[in-house]
Design a protein around this ligand. Structure first.
Ligand SMILES: C[S@@+](CC[C@H](N)C(=O)[O-])C[C@H]1O[C@@H](n2cnc3c(N)ncnc32)[C@H](O)[C@@H]1O
Length: 208
């Protein structure tokens, strides 16, 4: 079985950002969905599998506090070299997002996952991920999932992936979440290859 931490550390240690098959110099597809969410001051965004995404710089510029999660300490070190540790706005969390979150993590108002959930292929890990999402996100919060769609490739970064439809996302989130918007989106890799994604934005309701 692949050691996920070693695998991702090797990827981030051996490639520059623009060489990564998911690199974006422009994160407007994600920001478009973020702009559908009513703004409120000092909102906390949870970024599972943040990698080295420039979404972090964009969120900082918009005044969010961010919980930066990744399984790869190499990715988080590269990100910290760019952003600074920025203790006021950034909370660093090197952790496998399929495993229970440590105590003391602040509740999140927004959860944004681009290209992370689809790397969890075992049912127990997928369920662990959704349990974390549910416990970390406050009532009234929002979740954006951007994953390979059912038309997407079966592998990425040398790993098998689990592909999603909006129906499966909706089913896995359960009745406390309402689907607000969704869109099929074809991301073009730096090598010019097409990667079909599904983007879906949900709101967490009070439960009853
Ligand atoms: C394809 S990259 C996407 C990175 C970033 N979200 C972006 O859009 O640029 C997948 C990221 O998820 C991280 N990752 C993979 N499995 C993970 C896990 N189980 N827990 C936390 N992070 C994970 C990887 O280290 C990597 O940074």
């Amino acid at each position: 079985m692949v050691d996920q931490r070693k695998h991702w550390n090797k990827v981030f240690a051996s490639k520059s950002d623009p060489e990564l098959g998911w690199y974006e110099s422009d994160v407007s597809q994600t920001l478009k969905f973020l702009d559908l969410i009513p703004k409120h001051e000092e909102a906390v965004v949870f970024l599972p599998g943040a990698g080295t995404s420039i979404l972090v710089d964009e969120l900082l510029a918009r005044g969010f506090r961010i919980i930066l999660n990744d399984i790869s300490d190499e990715a988080l070190s590269k990100l910290a070299a760019r952003t600074g540790r920025n203790e006021e706005s950034l909370i660093w969390l090197c952790h496998d997002i399929s495993r229970p979150l440590p105590d003391g993590i602040p509740g999140a108002d927004v959860w944004i996952d681009r290209a992370v959930l689809h790397f969890l292929t075992e049912e127990s890990k997928i369920q662990g991920y959704f349990a974390n999402l549910n416990s970390a996100l406050r009532t009234g919060g929002y979740v954006l999932l951007a994953e390979f769609s059912t038309a997407g490739p079966r592998k990425c970064a040398g790993l098998e992936v689990y592909r999603y439809s909006v129906q499966e996302m909706t089913r896995r989130l359960g009745k406390t979440f309402t689907l607000l918007a969704h869109e099929d989106y074809t991301y073009i890799t730096p090598a010019g290859e097409e990667r079909p994604y599904i983007y879906a934005l949900f709101k967490k309701n009070s439960g009853q």
